[in-house]
Design a protein around this ligand. Structure first.
Ligand SMILES: *[C@@H]1O[C@H](CO)[C@@H](O)[C@H](O)[C@H]1NC(C)=O
Ligand SMILES: *[C@@H]1O[C@H](CO)[C@@H](O)[C@H](O)[C@H]1NC(C)=O
Ligand SMILES: *[C@@H]1O[C@H](CO)[C@@H](O)[C@H](O)[C@H]1NC(C)=O
Ligand SMILES: *[C@@H]1O[C@H](CO)[C@@H](O)[C@H](O)[C@H]1NC(C)=O
Ligand SMILES: *[C@@H]1O[C@H](CO)[C@@H](O)[C@H](O)[C@H]1NC(C)=O
Length: 648
């Protein structure tokens, strides 16, 4: 046990010789919510609410409704398996899965299964989505929608925290005529689900420094339960020396069948048990107390002074228990090392749902609403693979913007940029990190950017009249970048003839000059030119204008992009923000007549109703399709990205 056992000794001496439940004194079980030391799930066919009916027998489809509720963001996609009735996939079936903010893998051997779901379908799904179900505000509306659309409901089940669901198709004429949801509904007929248990409790005895920890599972005694055998599979983190005990309590005439994956653990079992790895020989268990305090006292008696987890669950035929690595207390004084990859699925699943990354052909931008990160506790810092690329944060968001050439970004996949998000969590004094690798799609579209100087550094959306401006058009075309050409660029402003700036790679307008762009690398082609937006003195200056460019391939596939810019006239007072001088004078003159208060009101209204579209970041338009029709044009509207100081 080493020197660490020393503080434990007085405690143990005090405990010695006492076997009554009084030993549980000093250990108040508390819910473990922050970072449960285990992941526990169990199979059940009892749903919080549900019903079945024969109302679909006379309609064209059998219809099953699953409505999922979460008490915690799920770690992995929900697995839904829809199995055919005994005779095969003979009747059309509909699955309605309500599972907002969730990702699901739905598989079924029945090819014609119609699926209405608001879940994100993850890869591996073998079904395709039909239109989304309504955003139901309640059970009643949902069921009414199903009735209206399909004329009947075969089954309805509300599920809480499911890990997987197996839905068996089939209808039963013996079911009641209407589906009227009931509490604690027994859905054995058509459904089995494995649900996560989130009610884990724990405690440590006094100031116990011990790493000897107990995990206790207490199966509720339910005389009506048909379960006589429990299969429990236990898995433990790799390469960790555990000093733990598993205590399994159930009614005595129940048989446990245990399978261990990677676990070196002590155990105490009530009733008889078998161990999968060692032949099916039935081993006698021991009589265990069947109260909470009795079981805790038992753990203490065996010198396990930390109750790492205590779970009370219904009798179930299959239980899966994973002991998590972070539960094991490490007391070596490690120097901070780069974070190791983590297998914790929660951050991974969460970030994949949020997809907070957005790429252009030149930049990667990450914006994460901090409230979305709540399920991953205490994230203090976010960086990319290159730890020096740290996200800026304000009260509500983490933000990071970087060129694709920086921060360890790799352009390996076609049309994708790869990097990792590293989330640092404050854990007391220590920092813990999770690493999530991601791929950011680079849209296959033409990008337009306007710059104030020939350095082409920080793009802007303001075009100053009678001053030189610099335009860059660029695009990735991995296949044959050489095929791609800048066909033409126009400047379009209200009240003026459109001005042709560049055509076929040559300068056209007055004061336009084509500049040499950087060489194409990795399939990215860049064109540059400069021009001056000339307005004769006294000429009318529009508030805004658009730059419109087309690039294309030999075969007439055209990519078009429009960049909206505001026009700045240095003659215009700077704080009028777009109100022409004449308008300002007009308003001032009006003030004499109407009164200064009203003018203030006009100003207020004006400044609060101006369209704000120009402040929006790059729109993520759908990537250009490669349809085979000739001379089709792929257009989208864009504003240059608001550049931030982290652009380095
Ligand atoms: C439990 O596991 C054994 C062996 O893996 C298997 O034969 C048995 O059918 C399982 N029982 C249940 C209820 O899943
Ligand atoms: C508990 O630890 C004490 C002191 O190390 C030891 O004397 C005692 O035998 C242990 N009891 C069990 C059940 O291991
Ligand atoms: C965030 O990370 C940086 C660099 O790794 C580190 O210097 C800084 O102390 C971290 N901030 C916090 C609040 O942990
Ligand atoms: C934080 O930054 C984000 C992104 O730039 C912005 O949308 C948000 O309003 C900012 N929040 C605060 C409180 O400044
Ligand atoms: C034009 O050529 C590209 C490849 O260079 C191809 O992907 C695209 O489908 C072609 N379009 C037409 C209309 O032929």
């Amino acid at each position: 046990m080493g020197p660490r056992a020393a503080p434990l000794l007085p405690l143990l001496l005090a405990l010695l010789g006492r076997t009554d439940p009084g030993r549980a004194e000093g250990c108040d079980l508390q819910p473990v919510t922050a970072e449960p030391p285990i992941t526990l799930s169990y199979a059940t066919s009892t749903v919080p609410r549900g019903c079945v009916s024969s109302s679909s027998l006379s309609t064209s489809h059998e219809v099953h409704v699953l409505s999922v509720e979460w008490s915690k963001v799920p770690a992995l996609p929900l697995k839904v398996l829809v199995t055919p009735r005994a005779g095969g996939c003979t009747r059309s079936a509909v699955l309605i899965l309500l599972c907002s903010y969730c990702s699901a893998t739905i598989t079924s051997p029945c090819p014609d299964l119609l699926v209405h779901t608001d879940a994100h379908l993850s890869s591996g799904s073998t079904v395709t989505k039909s239109p989304k179900p309504p955003v139901a505000t309640g059970e009643r509306q949902l069921l009414a929608w199903v009735e209206d659309n399909y004329g009947g409901i075969t089954s309805y089940s509300e599920l809480r925290d499911p890990r997987s669901v197996q839905l068996r198709l089939g209808e039963d004429a013996g079911n009641p005529p209407d589906c009227i949801p009931q509490k604690h509904f027994n859905a054995t007929q058509h459904l089995e689900t494995e649900v996560f248990f989130h009610g884990v409790k724990g405690c440590a005895h006094g100031d116990a420094q011990s790493t000897r920890a107990a995990h206790i599972i207490h199966l509720q005694h339910d005389p009506s339960s048909p379960v006589t055998e429990v299969n429990l599979s236990l898995s433990c983190p790799k390469g960790v020396i555990t000093n733990q005990i598993l205590i399994l309590q159930s009614r005595t005439n129940l048989t446990w069948s245990l399978s261990f994956n990677n676990c070196d653990i002590q155990f105490l079992v009530s009733g008889n048990y078998t161990i999968a790895a060692i032949a099916p020989r039935l081993l006698p268990g021991e009589l265990l107390p069947d109260t909470e305090r009795g079981l805790i006292a038992k753990a203490f008696e065996k010198n396990y002074s930390v109750i790492a987890s205590y779970s009370t669950i219904p009798a179930s035929a299959r239980i899966s228990l994973e002991i998590q690595k972070h539960e094991v207390v490490r007391r070596t004084s490690e120097t901070p090392t780069p974070p190791a990859p983590t297998a914790d699925p929660l951050p991974y699943a969460l970030l994949f749902m949020l997809q907070p990354w957005k790429c252009t052909d030149e930049t990667m931008e990450i914006v994460i609403d901090r409230s979305h990160l709540e399920p991953i506790k205490d994230v203090v810092n976010i960086t990319l693979r290159d730890l020096s690329c740290q996200a800026e944060k304000n009260a509500t968001h983490f933000m990071l913007k970087t060129p694709l050439s920086h921060c360890g970004t790799l352009l390996e996949g076609r049309g994708h940029a790869n990097n990792e998000l590293i989330l640092s969590q404050a854990k007391g004094a220590a920092l813990r990190s999770v690493r999530v690798a991601f791929q950011c799609k680079i849209p296959r579209e033409l990008f337009l950017r306007l710059f104030p100087t020939a350095a082409f550094e920080v793009p802007q959306t303001e075009l100053e009249v009678n001053k030189e401006a610099f335009v860059q058009a660029s695009m990735r075309w991995e296949d044959h970048p050489a095929d791609l050409q800048l066909k033409e660029c126009w400047l379009v402003a209200p009240g003026r003839e459109p001005e042709l700036l560049v055509q076929g790679g040559e300068a056209r307008g007055e004061g336009v000059a084509v500049m040499e762009g950087p060489p194409s690398t990795r399939g990215r082609k860049v064109w540059r030119f400069r021009f001056t937006y000339a307005v004769p003195e006294g000429g009318r200056v529009p508030f805004s204008a658009t730059l419109k460019c087309k690039a294309g391939l030999q075969n007439n596939t055209i990519f078009e992009k429009v960049l909206e810019v505001t026009v700045k006239d240095s003659w215009r007072p700077p704080n009028t923000r777009g109100l022409g001088l004449a308008a300002v004078l007009g308003i001032t003159f009006g003030a004499f007549l109407i009164g200064a208060l009203l003018t203030a009101g006009l100003w207020y209204i004006y400044s609060h109703t101006r369209p704000i579209s120009k402040l929006q970041p790059v729109s993520s338009t759908a990537p250009a399709s490669e349809s085979s029709s000739t001379n089709h044009s792929i257009g989208s509207t864009q504003s240059t990205p608001c550049s931030t100081s982290s652009m380095a």
